[in-house]
Design a protein around this ligand. Sequence first.
Ligand SMILES: C[S@@+](CC[C@H](N)C(=O)[O-])C[C@H]1O[C@@H](n2cnc3c(N)ncnc32)[C@H](O)[C@@H]1O
Length: 271
Amino acid sequence: MDSTDTPGQWPLVARQWLQLGPPLRPGPMDTAIVRTLIERWCDVAEARYLILGVTPEYHAMAVAAGSVQAIDRTPEMIRYVWPGQPSQAETGDWRQMPWQTPAFDIALCDGGLQLVGYPDGLSAVARELHRVLLPDGLFIARLFTPPETAETPEDVLQDLLKANIPNLNVLKLRLGMAMQSDAESGTALRDVWSRLHDAAGSWPELAERLSWPLDHLLAIEAYRESPARMHYFTPDQAIAVFERSGFRHLDSASGDYMLGTQCPTLCFRRL
Ligand SMILES: C[S@@+](CC[C@H](N)C(=O)[O-])C[C@H]1O[C@@H](n2cnc3c(N)ncnc32)[C@H](O)[C@@H]1O
């Protein structure tokens, strides 16, 4: 079993969901981008949506526009975070989906492709999406991509201690990306925890120094024992994998918010 085959931090994250926010969760600009891409590229009146994950913001969008089905492998995420009916959320792996024939017009994924391994896991998800999406269907995904100019972990930690990082959601992304040597290896979440813990002194001291609520900082504890890795590949790397798997890249857009350019939304057509 490799690190992408474990539930990782998600059972704990489900219990701390309210501490998670943009850019790790989609903000209003991201949902507006998804709506615009759908209006521009999909002409199905009552689309059948598939959500990879249980993203509540996507559930709201899909139920207003058609029918919705989610797939997520963590039962706690379905129980505590999914706002829809339990029957609309399948417990399963994106790399081996349960549908036997194409059944969806649009598939959405927010930040989940970083979790499946690169390039093999990403290719497996692309193959499965090609199988379950109808011809001409859309796949729209927000990615977490490395900055054009790489940072070192020391740069990020110095910025943190100067109180230049507004919250844990920004910190997790910047530090995780700065610690990665290449997309294939990714960054182990427990290494992010250790690096921050070594720099912090104690969590209450760090929270006070940063003027962050202690509960917010303590959400980092979900990373402490997590064997999961995040793989930060570039948009071009994602496009290459999807185009090899029977998709065409149609469009990309990013929101105007902190780290927005590193959280682009890509839209693909299933050929
Ligand atoms: C969608 S991602 C990122 C969170 C996201 N930014 C959000 O707000 O929705 C998180 C979810 O991915 C799920 N997950 C990770 N790898 C998976 C896989 N291979 N198959 C199914 N679910 C997976 C986890 O269980 C978790 O619920």
